[in-house]
Design a protein around this ligand. Structure first.
Ligand SMILES: Nc1ncnc2c1ncn2[C@@H]1O[C@H](COP(=O)(O)OP(=O)(O)OP(=O)(O)O)[C@@H](O)[C@H]1O
Ligand SMILES: [Mg+2]
Length: 394
């Protein structure tokens, strides 16, 4: 099968460029049974968090006694706690199939009548305790009332129980972990803080280590930084950077199938700042250019076309998530290149307090980053450029 190069999907294996130091450092720690501190990795959208986690999972799976479990919370935003537990259980069981000697897919287990389920699990020769836990997790939807707290406890405990019983180490790779805050409950909101619950379960675990990511720096800080945060001192905090100039060049040399000028490369690097997503996106556009030689002019045209047309597709969704006031403030910041409440307030004729309130919301949404006291910058400078060109109609 031909692999998708210069695509927009996460990459692993030979398509995964660079990041050797990050990968090697993290892998060394994850493989060391004496180390229980995990990693919390933050980076803006499109920097390569998912690719990094999936590459880690791929490399860890080559190890004898390590079971990597990749699970993304991305597709779960706005869904119920119950749905999360169900999907998580399936992911854990699927990743552990061979170690548990389960001969049936986790999804089939979910559909099996209780008697058959019990028999299938007895065939797998696991402890009574683990069998009971799995039965609870795959059948809870059949019950009328559910103890949500107990359910999450059972789910979080599952990988630890499996690892312990199969004498292995489990590395749980939870992509966009902070989105757990958005989980809803089917009937009413659940009463407990899910992060505190996971923390208190996880600290008892001896066979599981966590690697989490988040695109939202503020949300990640909330659960890791302050002394009373649930995951205070629980992770090595890493900020994933964009690709270096050399790595970006390597990406194009490997995948573009065209000759590209140093000046063209420079224009593209200056524009993308090494963001893997934007590099891949522009690379795809250049790949379909009619000429075998990419010059500076062609690269600059591609950038213009990207801002005029493709940006529409990429940023439209982002803009939809914003209120009219938030859009106005962002457009003002982009067009006038201003960063503080007082500058913005003056141009828009709003009170600073009012502006500050909106900046805080935009920071929470991950659109802006508060770099120093009262200074706010765009998390994504290309979004800023696009907005500046579009103006308030965006
Ligand atoms: N190491 C890498 N080498 C080459 N391309 C990469 C690398 N990392 C990421 N990419 C590319 O960048 C884009 C974004 O990658 P990925 O989905 O892993 O990022 P992300 O940070 O998880 O993004 P999001 O926040 O949207 O989930 C994809 O097109 C992917 O192919
Ligand atoms: Mg991702």
């Amino acid at each position: 099968m031909k692999t998708l190069v210069l695509g927009l999907l996460p990459v692993t294996g030979k398509d995964f460029i660079n990041r050797t130091t990050e990968i090697d450092d993290i892998l060394r720690a994850l493989k060391d049974p004496g180390i229980r501190v995990g990693y919390a990795i933050s980076a803006p959208v499109g920097t390569g968090k998912t690719s990094l986690l999936q590459e880690l999972a791929r490399r860890l799976a080559l190890e004898q006694r390590i079971v990597p479990i990749y699970f993304s919370l991305q597709s779960l935003s706005d869904v119920t706690l119950e749905h999360f537990v169900k999907r998580f259980t399936i992911a854990v069981l699927q990743a552990s199939e061979s170690r548990l000697k389960l001969r049936h897919d986790a999804k089939d287990l979910m559909e099996s009548p209780l008697t058959i389920l019990d028999k299938l699990l007895r065939d797998a020769k696991i402890s009574d305790e683990l069998r009971q836990a799995i039965i609870l997790l795959v059948t809870f939807e059949r019950e009328k009332t559910i103890d949500k707290h107990g359910l999450v406890e059972a789910a979080v405990d599952l990988p630890e129980m499996i690892a312990k019983e199969t004498d292995s180490r489990c590395v749980l790779l939870l992509d966009e972990f902070t989105l757990l805050a958005d989980l809803k409950s089917t009937n009413e909101r659940f009463e407990f803080d899910i992060f505190s619950l996971i923390r208190s379960m996880h600290e008892k675990h001896r066979h599981c280590v966590l690697v989490i990511t988040s695109s939202n720096q503020k949300a990640l800080d909330t659960i890791t930084l302050s002394p009373d945060a649930p995951f205070h001192h629980q992770f090595v905090l890493k900020h994933l950077k964009n690709l270096s100039r050399e790595a970006a060049t390597q990406l194009y040399e490997k995948n573009l199938d065209k000759r590209i000028d140093a000046a063209a490369l420079k224009a593209i690097f200056d524009f993308t700042q090494g963001s893997p997503f934007y590099l891949q996106f522009l690379g795809r556009m250049l790949k379909s250019a009619a000429t075998p030689n990419i010059t500076e002019d062609i690269a600059k045209n591609a950038i213009e076309e990207f801002l005029q047309q493709e940006g529409e597709m990429i940023f439209r969704e982002k803009v939809k998530q914003l209120s009219a006031k938030e859009r106005l403030i962002l457009s003002c910041m982009a067009q006038h290149d201003v960063k503080t409440p007082s500058e913005i307030g003056k141009i828009m004729n709003y009170s600073q307090t009012n502006v500050r309130r909106f900046l805080a919301i935009l920071e929470e949404k991950g659109v802006l980053v508060n770099t120093s006291r009262g200074v706010f910058v765009f998390e994504d400078t290309i979004f800023k450029r696009w907005l500046a060109a579009k103006g308030v109609d965006a």
